[in-house]
Write a protein that binds this ligand. Structure first.
Ligand code: ADP
Ligand code: MG
Length: 376
């Protein structure tokens, strides 16, 4: 039952997605039972590989697709059955869809004119938008006379000119080359934050999601695998799939052993792997002989010629590859089992280990908190 008391409304998220599914042609489950709250002012990223349902979910928010199941609420109002143009929502597409024959100003003014806004008010709004995206000196240019990054900013200005409550971005930087993407990501976030508009953004690029989003969902096959802040998801992935999808990771496969009966170690789980015994801080429910993974990020490992004195939480191997990147060096270390570790060492740390080179026998070690137990 709908609770409409004042306190309930005060806590109402701006966007509430409740059990939404989309089934195409009677059998293609593009989106499967998604439930999500997005608070006012958030930049929320949907991240996942091609075909996992990101655009379909976004299109249902915009009103271009009707859910097969579930409801969508904006500011507490059920908008599931509203037509796209009736929703205070704007969507910006990857292709920008700018009108090629209209000037920058007219592109931005287009939606305002169609809504019958007064002429002076339109001029004022367009000017403010141009200033916001720093294109005031390009008002008369046509889209083809602008760079890719500038076109992208015109498209953004047009999307927020009508002051939507919710801004939807589908692969907003997909048409830009890598270098321009990175600088535009930050620019875009600054503009979105300045306007204060709540945003749901779709991307298949994990770095883009991490850079731009306040919170994100990792999607696969129409479902959310994990929802959280970029930091949480990077540091505490809840499954192999998420750990693998977000950045580089080393995953050790092993079996849970009987933990030592020492109460100080009660929060640890011992995992016997081919190359080492790992003692992983974790309070997850595990049973003896259960197959699990232990994830460790490459930058959380240290390399040394010297064998650590402890019996656990390190592995030995041979350097088979090293690539110098200036600020850091990436090493490949081949273990006895044949497994190849990726280790990233920051240059200032590396100076102490400057003599590490190809073919060396080395030991990789890490802090207890670098390990994440993966039970699925
Ligand atoms: P993403 O944006 O994550 O790449 P989409 O939401 O575009 O994924 O697509 C999800 C799944 O739904 C895919 O299997 C795709 O082929 C299918 N799909 C998308 N749109 C349609 C449609 N209009 N009709 C039938 N199947 C579709
Ligand atoms: Mg898509």
């Amino acid at each position: 039952m709908e609770n409409t008391s004042t306190s309930a409304l005060a806590n109402e998220p701006l966007l509430r997605i409740e059990g939404v599914s989309k089934i195409y042609d009677g059998h293609i489950k593009a989106v499967d039972q998604i439930t999500l709250n997005v608070a006012s002012g958030e930049i929320f990223a949907l991240l996942g590989g091609s075909g996992c349902g990101k655009s379909t979910l976004l299109r249902m928010l915009a009103g271009f697709e009707t859910p097969s199941q579930g409801r969508i609420y904006l500011g507490g109002t059920d908008i599931t059955d509203l037509a796209a143009y009736q929703r205070p929502i704007n969507m910006m597409f990857q292709s920008y869809a700018l009108f090629p024959h209209l000037s920058v100003s007219d592109n931005i003014a287009f939606g305002l004119r169609r809504d019958g806004m007064a002429k002076e008010a339109i001029a004022e709004r367009v000017e403010a938008m141009l200033k916001l995206v720093q294109l005031s000196q390009y008002t008369k240019r046509k889209p083809h006379q602008l760079s890719g990054g500038q076109q992208q900013r015109v498209a953004l200005a047009r999307s927020i000119a009508k002051q939507p409550k919710l801004l939807l971005l589908d692969e907003p930087l997909g048409a830009l080359d890598k270098k321009l993407r990175v600088s535009t990501q930050i620019e875009l976030v600054n503009i979105i934050k300045e306007v204060g508009v709540t945003c749901v953004l779709v991307t298949h690029d994990q770095e883009e999601a991490m850079t731009m989003a306040t919170r994100m969902a990792v999607m696969s096959a129409g479902s959310f695998l994990q929802v959280g802040s970029p930091k949480d998801i990077y540091q505490q992935p809840n499954s192999r799939q998420v750990a693998d999808f977000i950045g580089s990771v080393n995953i050790f496969d092993g079996l849970v052993k009987q933990s030592p009966a020492n109460s100080a170690q009660a929060q640890c789980i011992d995992v016997e792997c081919a190359d080492a015994l790992l003692r992983v801080p974790s309070n997850q429910a595990c049973h003896v002989d259960m197959a699990v993974g232990v994830a460790i990020r490459p930058e959380k490992m240290l390399l040394s010629h010297k064998k650590p004195s402890a019996k656990i939480n390190h592995v030995g191997g041979v350097i088979t590859e090293m690539t110098y990147f200036g600020a850091h060096t990436n090493y490949h270390v081949k273990l006895a089992s044949g497994k190849v570790l990726q280790v990233q060492v920051q240059s200032h740390v590396d100076e102490d280990n400057a003599d590490l080179s190809w073919g060396d026998q080395v030991y990789a070690s890490w802090g207890d908190n670098a390990m994440v137990l993966l039970t699925q």
